[in-house]
Write a protein that binds this ligand. Structure first.
Ligand code: CMP
Ligand code: ZN
Length: 492
């Protein structure tokens, strides 16, 4: 059961040529574009899509409209700011690009005309997806559901603050739109739409983009996880000690950060990105690589949707920064840093939630709790998350095995069983954090219930681990790691 590997990052591992296969086509495309758009090509003034097409990736364009949002985010992070579309050709230009006056004039008028039409460009790809039968779930697809389903979903929403809220069922009832539906509901009940004078169309567009940018083929890091974390975050922000002090801005930030905190997660972890020298790892200098990407992608979508465009620039900038600080706090390698500070505050009893900085710290802690709260759910919900997260780890491990790379901790399906991974995760990550959370929220029925679930679930995984260990010694042992739920039936 040893070998708990949080934070065991690999320093400067070798580049493996096959690493791109770990990513979706969209990630691959962004990788190609960013490589081609690097300042090394600056001498030529522009990078033409035609060249990229010549690399044989055109078909990827048609599938990857969210990639363009990320691309723009990434490029703007690297001071590439000009974007224009001319016929079938797209140029990516550095902000300080200089060229002959005729070229420049052509580009400037093209830019003026086309820049504002980025959304039309996106619509082109949406249309393309529709034509090829690849339409994704969108908020608009809700109407195809039977009224019974919508009625049941609405009924669930009326109890959205209950801890045994079944997000998997809710996702089915909303036809895969759990994140959008949940967020719209919570924004309504928290009066955020009215308070911030939000445009409902823009809000829907933003939430639809966020939901679509989660990878639905990830077993764990998908939009349902985001919805689950958002529901938990809402429960935590309703804890009396916090709720009494939170401002509408805090509520807005907490829910937005929860919904977007893992957006565009590739289904592999930071060490994997580092050892395969993925462009995101170098862009963010091997530090909070995924979290930085989640944040920058969120900012890109916020700006693209125009959701905050009616607010003064200093306010929207502050919101973007605070979202960053919240999302970056979910980096699990920073767990100890936050835990130590949290404990110190509780020991010294010096948390003053009238201070914006202290409220922000508590939002960071609440989001961290929400992100790892799945072992505190009812067994049936908790077990599903455990199996999903391990499945994602094992996929990474299988890929590493295939690529002859060292298999990352927790990712080897042949040695890291689901019960063993769960016992380690609960003992080293979840329990220490929730013990402090319980101190902070005391007296809280929710915290009591979560701690009770946590202990029961840990006991159950321990029993399953014994069953698993015993089966390992039998001549006809079962496939390791599989069917935690099935085993659960045997021992209950
Ligand atoms: N039940 C679980 N078992 C093991 N690891 C988990 C579990 N739940 C969450 N995690 C890990 O904790 C991390 C918290 O941040 P992420 O959601 O990015 O990724 C999560 C997983 O890597
Ligand atoms: Zn997460």
């Amino acid at each position: 059961m040893g070998g708990w590997g949080w934070g065991g990052y690999i320093a400067s591992p070798p580049l493996h040529p096959g690493y791109l296969s770990a990513f979706s086509d969209r990630c691959f495309l962004v990788s190609v574009l960013v490589t081609l758009a690097r300042p090394a090509t600056e001498g030529r003034g522009a990078v033409w899509l035609g060249e990229i097409l010549a690399h044989g990736v055109y078909h990827l364009f048609a599938q990857c409209e969210p990639g363009f949002r990320r691309l723009i985010t990434l490029l703007s992070a690297e001071h590439w700011s000009c974007w224009c579309v001319a016929g079938r050709e797209t140029r990516l230009l550095p902000a300080d690009w200089s060229a002959s006056s005729s070229q420049q004039g052509e580009v400037e008028s093209g830019t003026r005309r086309k820049l504002n039409r980025l959304l039309s460009f996106q619509r082109f790809f949406h249309a393309s997806r529709l034509l090829r039968g690849l339409a994704s779930h969108s908020p608009g697809s809700l109407h195809i559901l039977d009224n019974d389903y919508l009625g049941q979903a609405a009924h669930m929403l009326s109890k959205v603050e209950t801890w045994n809220f079944d997000i998997f069922l809710f996702d089915r009832l909303t036809n895969g739109n759990s994140l959008v539906t949940l967020m719209c509901h919570l924004f309504n009940v928290c009066d955020l739409i009215h308070h911030f004078q939000l445009d409902m169309v823009k809000l829907h567009r933003f939430l639809g983009m966020v939901q679509d940018d989660y990878h639905s083929n990830n077993p764990y890091h998908n939009a349902v996880h985001a919805a689950d974390v958002t529901q938990a975050m809402y429960c935590y922000m309703k804890e009396p000690r916090l709720a009494e002090q939170l401002t509408p801005l805090d509520g807005f930030l907490g829910l937005m950060a929860a919904a977007a905190h893992d957006v565009d997660h590739p289904g592999v972890n930071q060490p994997f990105l580092m050892k395969t020298r993925h462009h995101l790892a170098s862009l963010y200098q091997n530090t909070s690589v995924l979290e930085s990407h989640h944040w920058r992608s969120t900012v890109g979508m916020l700006r693209e949707s125009g959701l905050l465009s009616h607010l003064p620039a200093n306010i929207s900038q502050d919101i973007e920064q605070q979202l960053g600080s919240l999302i970056l706090a979910t980096d699990i390698s920073r767990q100890n840093e936050f835990l130590v500070t949290f404990r110190e505050h509780l020991d010294n009893q010096d948390l003053d939630l009238q201070l914006a900085s202290h409220r922000h710290f508590m939002l960071q802690i609440a989001l961290k709790c929400a992100d790892v709260c799945n072992p505190c759910r009812d067994w049936e919900l908790s077990r599903q998350w455990s199996e999903r997260v391990c499945e994602e780890f094992y996929r990474q491990g299988d890929l590493e095995r295939k690529l002859n790379m060292e298999i990352s901790p927790l990712c080897d399906k042949l040695t890291d069983s689901v019960p063993a991974v769960q016992i380690g995760f609960i003992s080293y990550i979840v329990q220490p954090l929730f013990q402090e959370w319980q101190r902070f929220t005391e007296p809280s029925l929710l915290s009591q219930m979560m701690m009770s679930n946590l202990h029961k679930n840990k006991d159950r995984w321990s029993r399953l681990w014994c069953v698993h260990a015993a089966s390992e010694t039998q001549p006809h042992s079962e496939e390791p790691g599989g069917g935690g739920g099935g085993d659960g039936e045997d021992i209950s």
